[in-house]
Design a protein around this ligand. Structure first.
Ligand code: BTN
Length: 328
């Protein structure tokens, strides 16, 4: 059931820029005007501000900074199925919380979003710095019942979809660096971390984690990372509406997941990948444990492995590794 705060917010957003009368809100909620006032107080405590004019009513005059769960849900309101969104002010890691929720039996799909993470993690156990509350830290959680072998292209498919969404939403041209980095103009904009638990021959559950630098400037990161990082606010030159963006990302990820499970993603995957692939045709170095391979990246194969052509001979395929551009 929707909370009174959510109903008030939706009514005011729908009415904007007009005023909505206190009695209309009271009628909608089936409560007194004093009751409405009390619930508006709870919204004020979250950082919303309201303009109140006698005989006209209320309208929103200020929004809380950063991501707000009610605003994200308000943007998702028209979806046929409600999205199960678990919102946390702070958490160790949204991927970790997703695992706890799965273990407790929470029905999938659901999305975990936190304003801050204290132990955000990236690939190869690296730290994902998540102090800045102006960025997006999210995990999307599924029980796909697919063969493990099907998963090799999952993160690549999601990454291409996210690039496409960000390209359209922000009017910029981001790219994906195989297998899990989102880039803009040679700097890292975000990262994806897919973690799955596998039973004998089936994926039991799947957590797709996304960290995206939105309005937190790269200089808020430790100096060693700041130079290689960027954020949407820097790519576009203006603050991005993180609530609308988050809602759009949720919609796109849930749709991309369904397409992946029913196999219809195969119709568009190659095109989408090629549109956003940052490595194709470039000189790269891939590090895999003690091994370092240098050559020209020539794309990916059907299993999502990176193809690298060395100085002589045919492309070699790599299903894991850390890639850097040789002469960016
Ligand atoms: C990488 O670039 O290595 C992947 C980074 C993934 C970070 C996200 S933030 C939300 C989710 N929770 C985590 O602890 N990690 C992922």
């Amino acid at each position: 059931m929707n909370s009174p705060e959510f109903v008030i917010l939706c009514e005011l957003l729908e009415g904007d820029p007009n005023f909505v009368s206190g009695s209309a809100l009271a009628r909608k909620l089936g409560m007194s005007r004093v009751g409405v006032w009390t619930h508006m107080g709870k919204l004020r405590a979250q950082g919303f501000e309201f303009e109140a004019v006698r005989r006209r009513g209320y309208r929103i005059s200020g929004y809380p900074p950063g991501i707000n769960p009610l605003l994200v849900q308000a943007c998702l309101k028209s979806r046929p199925k409600p999205v199960d969104l678990l919102w946390l002010a702070t958490v160790d890691s949204t991927n970790e919380e997703a695992e706890r929720q799965l273990a407790a039996g929470r029905a999938t799909p659901f999305v975990v979003i936190a304003r801050q993470q204290s132990l955000g993690r990236g690939r190869f156990g690296r730290v994902w710095h998540s102090e800045d509350t102006a960025n997006l830290y999210a995990s999307f959680v599924f029980r796909p019942h697919l063969e493990p072998g099907r998963m090799t292209t999952f993160t690549l498919w999601m990454g291409a979809n996210l690039c496409d969404l960000v390209a359209n939403f922000c009017r910029i041209q981001p790219g994906i660096k195989w297998p899990n980095d989102l880039y803009f103009d040679g700097r890292k904009l975000g990262g994806m971390l897919t973690e799955a638990r596998i039973d004998a021959d089936q994926i039991r559950d799947l957590v797709f984690g996304l960290g995206l630098n939105v309005n937190g400037p790269a200089r808020s990161l430790p100096p060693s990372l700041a130079q290689q990082a960027t954020a949407l606010v820097e790519c576009t030159g203006r603050p991005v509406d993180i609530n609308r963006l988050t809602a759009a990302i949720i919609g796109r990820v849930l749709k991309a997941y369904e397409q992946f499970v029913d196999g219809s993603h195969r119709n568009t995957f190659a095109d989408l990948w090629n549109r956003y692939d940052l490595l194709r045709g470039k000189s790269v170095a891939l590090v895999q444990g003690p091994r370092r391979v240098v050559g020209i990246a020539t794309g990916i194969d059907d299993e999502g492995a990176l193809l690298i052509r060395g100085e002589h001979g045919r492309p070699q395929r790599f299903s894991a590794g850390d890639v850097t551009l040789e002469n960016p």
